[in-house]
Write a protein that binds this ligand. Structure first.
Ligand code: ADP
Ligand code: MG
Length: 950
């Protein structure tokens, strides 16, 4: 029966649906609605609302119908509260608590096994037994039982409450045949908790009528576990504490279509969503996503919703058990909608706009109108009859017009609840879209709660208002319809999967995480090996060779001239010409390829090739015929017998030319020049690239007395007191020592630090068992270490869904430069996924998170080991110079050091911790191996080689 219409009153339905059909472009043209700014508690509509043609009922309806502009303002406030709640600093000031749940994943369908759930509900405890088959949660086997909670338990002692829950679990297990295997239990506990792990959660405060003593501030997981132990259920482990909103998100989620937001609008309201964890600022969780429980019911407790509050809302609030609190919930939750309508009727009656001449005292009683009735009255077909029935039952003898107006009020109140839920949801969606750096967010939203389920109008308004307020998001609402508590079981299963995966990951990565004590041990070992290497007697058995370089001075800036330089032993072989002038160094260089066949062929062929390159270079640079002093950067371990005499000890970094080890490389070069009749060659110095780097930086900073390389390989050199260098005669001054620290550990002293991954990488190299320290640190190996770890994680079924990837089997497919890219701060995980995708690795979002973690662990270990080595060096320098405090500069080169986003900070920070009495500055060299070789040549020409051996 259609209700009669009033002239001037909005058509039926449209008053409750003012947003329909309003596209974003029309927003500005919405009819202006007077603002309702009045002090809380004021019970009269302001005079400004009394338009000449407005009846009191119309005014009430307008007040209950916030305009789109107002909703937009509210959305802005929700966004503010949300972002404030996410930040550690400002969280205390936010009405939205944004509680981390430690659920970092939606179901991926691999969840399996038996799961026990205990769910604490308003009036009962529900226990569930679910068996998941790992089949995408298609056919979960489910049993459950509900235990009524005795009334006194809610207000009694905490111990009694938890004992009761444990007893429920016990009788449930007895009923289903007392299974004896280990049973993981998920505890659904729908109260605000401060969670610090899946199984660590302190109750912040009770709500919903619960008030058990001695629980607030305590870890409720522990309380339940203790109670369960009291029942002698020693095989039941409480593994996770879960909030009910998360359950909704999980039931609506399928492996193909993950659901990343849940909205619950029942007696109360709440929302949770998968937030970027780098925004969450929780210790220990830096990447990936985590479900955050917004606890948005408290929105507006700081006045943020005042612009939409009506006098009716203030009355509802004042009559509630918690005035001033949970203001948003009181506008949206079904506990309050009946009350809002009741107060509206009451006030309109007092204005003689409803039930004229009737006794309305029955309306003064709390809760005479239920939300269920409100929803029924809204109905198009039977609503008017329902209204009439309800009003008559209250003894109000309503006219048809009264019934019609009450129906309009009911619609307005419910529509507003839907519009405000939509506003909150739109804020969350916009936040997600923005924080994921997306132009458009496509997402599923799980929705649950009585209000949404019973009223189709609620859903319609929700959808349309979300569309208007978050046009950049395409949100599909998925009703959860979870009467059986499957959500809780799935969350528990996901939590279990996460716990099990985390344990596996931790077990695999643990050997790569070096403690402070480990690093101090490495530092001490390095110091010991350095001392043994310097000592004439023990030199041969030290893994750190401590080779004298015969470079006794760093540049003083007076060096001048034009030099040739060769750089062999890095990624590229180069020939350079270097002009050292006052205040300036000019260089020109050519890169030449050394084919692998030559790198691993005969020595003669290798040095012939080098001479050919020099000839070519001199031609190109119009230097043919000129005799220029040549500095030769030769970055392999050499026993140096003089500045221009260096016996190769061993090849590294992929070189393996025959007939060179044990030979003087300068001599080999000179012989090749003779063979090629190249007569203008004048080699004056052969230097290691570390020395070149130190010299190049020393030209700019006289404090630079250390050289460090972290590129393809790693090595270091430093200025040692000659008195300490037992392998060279003479006690005066200093000499640069090429440590060849890459070989540190080749005598077994680091064996305790190598992981199975390091062994696998080492075995596949052409110098297995050698350069063990280098293989933990440098660019040639880090990618391979990561690759082996990833393979192990796939094997353990925690990566790429356990599907072995062909590509990952390929050696060197995972290059060290990918570590740099993947670890780039602020790089969205989507981009990480892209990088992995380019490697044809089919990575999910969570896979990307894990890969990033692996990269971080490996690169951090490298930087920390490097710091331990460097700490030994600077401490040794400080001690030999008898200084309280050493101030020194390290010249550094190498692409890994320069390009990796965290390597240098990690190195420097750990070095400060390990060598607190040394003040170490790092100076990046620009082309140290080229410039440096020339500078050594220049220093030599200046000094006439004062420190060559007698
Ligand atoms: P070399 O040490 O051979 O003289 P580099 O210092 O340029 O040469 O180092 C090259 C090595 O650096 C490469 O073998 C590679 O492992 C590593 N590398 C290259 N690009 C990057 C990058 N973007 N981030 C980290 N490491 C890189
Ligand atoms: Mg180099």
């Amino acid at each position: 029966m259609p209700g009669p219409r009033e002239r001037g009153a909005p058509a039926r339905g449209s008053n409750a649906f003012p947003w329909r059909g309003v596209g974003p472009e029309q927003r500005g043209r919405l009819p202006p609605v007077p603002a309702l700014n009045r002090a809380p508690g004021s019970l009269q509509l302001g005079a400004q609302d009394r338009g000449p043609s407005c009846t009191p009922v119309q005014r009430a309806l307008l007040a209950l119908t916030p305009t789109l502009e107002k909703l937009q303002e509210v959305k802005g406030r929700v966004l503010e509260a949300l972002e404030r709640g996410l930040s550690q600093q400002s969280r205390a000031r936010s009405t939205m608590q944004m509680l981390p749940t430690f659920i970092c994943s939606t179901p991926d369908g691999t969840e399996n096994g038996d799961v026990l759930v205990a769910e604490l509900c308003q009036n009962h405890v529900r226990t569930l037994w679910v068996t998941l088959a790992g089949d995408g949660n298609q056919n979960p086997q489910l049993m459950y039982r509900v235990f009524e909670t005795p009334g006194d338990v809610l207000q009694g002692s905490g111990e009694a409450l938890f004992d009761f829950i444990a007893q429920c679990v016990k009788s449930f297990l007895e009923e289903i045949g007392n299974p004896q295997h280990r049973l993981p239990l998920g505890f659904v506990f729908p109260f605000s908790c401060r969670q610090t792990g899946l199984d660590k959660a302190e109750l912040i405060s009770w709500s919903k009528g619960f008030q058990c003593s001695d629980v607030e501030g305590k870890d409720v997981v522990q309380l339940l576990q203790a109670a369960i132990s009291k029942q002698e259920l020693h095989h039941v482990d409480v593994v996770a504490l879960l909030n009910n909103t998360v359950g909704t998100m999980m039931t609506c989620s399928t492996p193909e279509k993950p659901c990343e937001i849940a909205l619950v609008v029942g007696s109360g309201t709440n929302c949770c969503f998968m937030a970027e964890s780098d925004l969450l600022e929780i210790a220990g969780v830096t990447s990936g996503r985590m479900c955050v429980n917004s606890e948005w019911g408290c929105l507006g407790d700081d006045g943020a919703l005042d612009n939409v509050l009506t006098p009716y809302d203030h009355r509802v609030d004042q009559e509630s058990s918690n005035p001033g609190e949970r203001r948003f919930e009181k506008l949206v939750g079904s506990l309050y909608l009946g009350e809002t309508v009741r107060h509206a009727m009451l006030m309109l009656a007092s204005e003689q706009a409803l039930f004229i001449g009737r006794n309305t005292s029955t309306l003064a009683t709390k809760a005479v109108l239920t939300t269920q009735q409100v929803l029924e009255i809204m109905d198009n077909e039977d609503g008017m009859a329902k209204a009439q029935g309800m009003l008559e039952a209250l003894g109000l003898q309503p006219s048809e017009r009264d019934c019609c107006r009450v129906q309009q009020l009911c619609r307005a109140v419910v529509s507003r609840a839907a519009a405000l839920s939509a506003t909150g949801l739109a804020a969350v969606l916009s936040h997600m879209c923005r924080s994921r750096q997306l132009e458009r967010l496509v997402v599923n939203v799980g929705v649950d709660g009585g209000l949404y389920r019973t009223s189709s109008r609620f859903g319609e308004i929700l959808r349309s208002v979300v569309g208007l307020l978050a046009p950049e998001c395409a949100a599909t609402l998925v009703p959860s319809g979870d009467g059986r508590g499957l959500g809780a079981a799935i969350v528990t299963a996901v939590a279990l999967r996460l716990v099990a995966q985390r344990n596996k990951v931790e077990r695999l990565l643990a050997p790569l995480r070096l403690s402070r004590a480990d690093l101090e041990r490495v530092q001490a070992l390095m110091k010991q090996e350095m001392e043994r290497g310097l000592d004439r007697e023990s030199n041969a058995t030290s893994s750190v060779r401590m080779l004298p370089t015969y470079v006794c001075h760093t540049p003083d800036g007076t060096e001048r001239g034009k030099f040739l330089a060769l750089d062999l032993g890095g990624t590229n072989f180069r020939v350079l010409v270097v002009h050292v002038e006052e205040d300036n160094i000019h260089m020109a260089n050519e890169i030449y390829v050394i084919p692998t066949a030559i790198m691993q062929g005969t020595g003669e062929a290798l040095f012939d090739h080098i001479i050919e390159c020099i000839v070519d270079f001199q031609m190109k640079q119009k230097l043919t015929g000129q005799v220029l002093p040549l500095g030769f950067t030769f970055s392999f371990p050499c026993q140096q017998l003089g500045l221009d005499k260096a016996v190769l000890l061993t090849w590294t970094k992929g070189f393996n030319a025959s007939g060179c080890v044990g030979q003087d490389v300068v001599q080999l070069l000179r012989e090749a020049a003779q063979r090629k009749q190249h007569t203008t060659l004048k080699v004056v110095a052969v230097v290691n690239d570390t020395v070149g780097t130190m010299m190049a930086c020393g030209y700019h900073d006289p404090k630079c007395e250390i050289g460090l390389i972290v590129g393809t390989g790693t090595n270091a050199c430093y200025m040692e007191e000659r008195a300490n260098v037992g392998t060279v005669e003479g006690d005066e001054g200093r000499m640069c020592i090429n440590m060849e620290w890459g070989a540190f550990g080749d005598n077994g002293c680091l064996d305790g630090f190598f992981t199975s991954f390091d062994q696998l990488v080492d075995e596949k190299t052409i110098n297995a068992g050698k350069q063990r320290f280098e293989k933990l640190i440098s660019g040639m190996y880090l990618g391979e270490i990561v690759r082996h770890i990833l393979l192990a994680l796939v094997e353990e079924q925690v990566l790429f869904r356990g599907k072995p990837s062909h590509n990952l089997q390929n050696r060197d497919i995972f290059q060290t430069k990918f570590l740099s890219k993947i670890e780039t701060p602020g790089l969205a995980l989507l981009q990480v996924q892209g990088i992995l995708c380019n490697l044809e690795l089919d990575a999910s979002y969570e896979d990307s998170v894990l890969v990033r973690e692996v990269c971080q662990v490996v690169s951090q270990r490298a930087a920390h080991l490097c710091a331990a080595g460097m700490a030994a060096v600077v401490e040794k320098m400080r001690e030999s110079r008898g200084l309280e405090q050493l101030t020194v500069t390290v010249g550094v080169d190498g692409t890994l050091y320069k390009m990796h986003p965290h390597f240098s900070q990690n190195l420097q920070q750990m070095l400060r911790e390990l060598a607190p009495r040394c003040d170490v500055t790092f100076l990046q060299s620009e082309d140290g191996s080229g410039k440096g070789a020339a500078l050594v040549a220049a220093v030599t020409c200046r000094e006439a080689d004062p420190c060559s051996p007698q």
